[in-house]
Each structure stands twice: as structure tokens, then as C-alpha cells.
Design a protein around this ligand. Sequence first.
Ligand code: F6P
Length: 373
Amino acid sequence: MSTSSSPTLRKIGILTSGGDAPGMNAAVRAATLLAAAKGVEVAGIEHGYRGLLEGRFRPLGPSDVTRILREGGTTLGSARCPEMHERSARDLARRQLRDHGVDALMVIGGNGSLAGAYALSDPDEDEAPPRVIGIPASIDNDVGLTGLSIGVDTAMNTIVDACDKIHDTASAHDRAFIVEVMGRDCGYLAMTAAVASGADAVLFPEAGKSADAVVEQVLETVRATRRRVGRSKRAIIIQAEGVSISPGELKARVDERLRAEDGEGLEIETRVTILGHVVRGGRPSAFDRLLGSRMANVGVAAAMAGRTRVMTSWMPPMDLPPEVGERSKADPYCLLVDLGAALEATRQLLDGDSPLAQWRTQVFAGLETVLRL
Ligand code: F6P
């Protein structure tokens, strides 16, 4: 892990990038207050890397952030900025940071945004690259080397709340519902929400099932719930986006097969609910406010200490090899991990190569029959 030779911190830049996540504002607020308390200037950069390229900097002080703790989304604005893959854009971004006197940049975002921070701070591309501190924030929970990213808890609660409501109507009609949730290539939200909402099945990309196998899993689930005696025959199936078959096609194929079977007077059409961006919105949960604030605290302390190319991580008691991560002195529940190692762990998680991804897949394969009972 690298430490800059120039630890002076006069001005810290903060941006939020990629898909917004509830709790990003808590991190911006805490970082601003903590920096201001130490006499460090704060520059808020609007709309992520896009705003950085366009020079959209504005000073942030306590009065700008006092009211944002409870707000969802990000008051700084966010954007996806594929130009950051290009060297010319990164050169411009570094010039903007220099011109605005920013010594360290805090990047609050997911996988792609953190990869952008890593590239921006590459010493092979610039003799004096900006110091960068990554703060993982993405509802997908697909960032490696952290147990949780900012926004996951709120998103999970939103899904569980929606599924509780769907349970009511599904039970009333003995219907099967396929509920699609966000998560891009990661099934974490679907898996955890399935357990927390008492769903009857969960479909996630890490299982690596073909479309045919997914159809069979859903049919098995519906048949099993129809065999239930003395209680509702409803089926709630949570599907992560990224599964090999779309919910619409899945519904069509399942309905066709169900129609060919004996419906026993039960509804033989499934219903589809796509939760979509609803999952990303809303007021952050208490936990996400806390996580955002605590990660910002660790991030500001790291910036003050002249650290660069590190990412804050939420990992209750677990030790990592010293070259990969160290427990933060600013918060014993947080680690400060090497940003490059975190990005490599993210790749392994998404490719299904990591022990964690394999463990999740194995656990849920074992739970398939249990959920249907
Ligand atoms: O990465 C967060 C996320 O919400 C994913 O779950 C989803 O696939 C994607 O962003 C949606 O992106 P957009 O808001 O650009 O449509």
C-alpha cells in the first residue's frame, strides 16, 4: 500500500460517481464536517468524473451539508463517465485537480468509479498523481474486500418491504410472482432479500444456470408451493438482474408449461414485478447513514495521513495480510485496504472465482429445496 511523500492536506475534493446509493450523502456530510474541523478546505465536485472533467467544483462547508444526512440519492449529483477509460481524459482530470489546488480526491462509488480512481492515481501516467481514497458505495455489493458497501442495507430493506406487500396479494390469489431486483452481475441483494423476506426461490447469476435450468427451478418451486396443504399456495421468486433469462421470457415459458399441467383450479399465470430503480432510491437506513459517516471518517484520516490508492472497508473482526489491509486506527470496525487488491478481489467476486462467491453459490444451492417447503 502506498503513502504519499507529501502528506500535507490543504484541500480535499469529494465526488460521488456511478449509480447513486443511499448513504452517499452521509459520507459527503461526514467528510466535509471532519475536514472542516481540521482546517482542511473541501471542494465538492458535481456529477462525478464528468463534473471533474468540466471543472464543476464548488466549495463545501458545514452549512452546505447539515441537512443532507437524511436524503437519498446524492446532492453532489452523479454520472457514469466512460471517457475516464481514456488517457487524455485522465490527464485533463489531473490538470483540473491541480488547477483547483486539490491534494487528495475522495471517490465515493462502486466498482467502475473505484477503478477510475485507481487509474487516475497511476504514478506511471503522471509524476505527481493526485492522492485518491476510495469509499465503496453501490447497492450491488459487488466491491471486493469489503463486507458491505454504502447503500446495500437500504436497498435490501426496500426490497423486503416490497416483497412483504407482494406476499399479501400473492397469498390472496394463490399466485406465483417473479420479482426482479437490481444488482447488475451480482446476486447479493436477491439472495439476502430472499432470506429476509421469506421468498420461495431465488435466481442469481452466480449459479451459472442456463435459461432452461432456471425455467425448471421456477416450475419446481410453483409445483412445490401448490402441494402445500392448509396454507397459501403463493410463490414468491426473487430474480436478480443478470440471470440468463429475462423475467418476461421466464414468465412466458413457465406459464406455457403450467397451462399444460393440471391447474387444479389455481391461477396458472405468473405475475412479474420489476422493482428497478425503486431499489436505489429512498431515505438511507440508519445503518447506511452510520456506514457512510464511519467510512468517511476513516477516509479523511487516511487522506490527512498522506495515504493514497486505498479504500475504506467495512469488515467486522477479520484480519488480512498486512500488504493487503490494515485495521483503521480511526475505527476498529473498518479496514483500510489496498485499492488495487480490492479491484482484483472485485473481479474475482464477479467472475465467481473468489471463495466468497463460491460459498454464496453453494449455500443457496443447498437452500433451494428448503425455501420451497
Ligand atoms: O450499479 C448500480 C445499478 O443500480 C445496478 O444495480 C443496475 O444494473 C444499474 O446500476 C442501473 O444503471 P442505470 O441507472 O444507469 O440504468
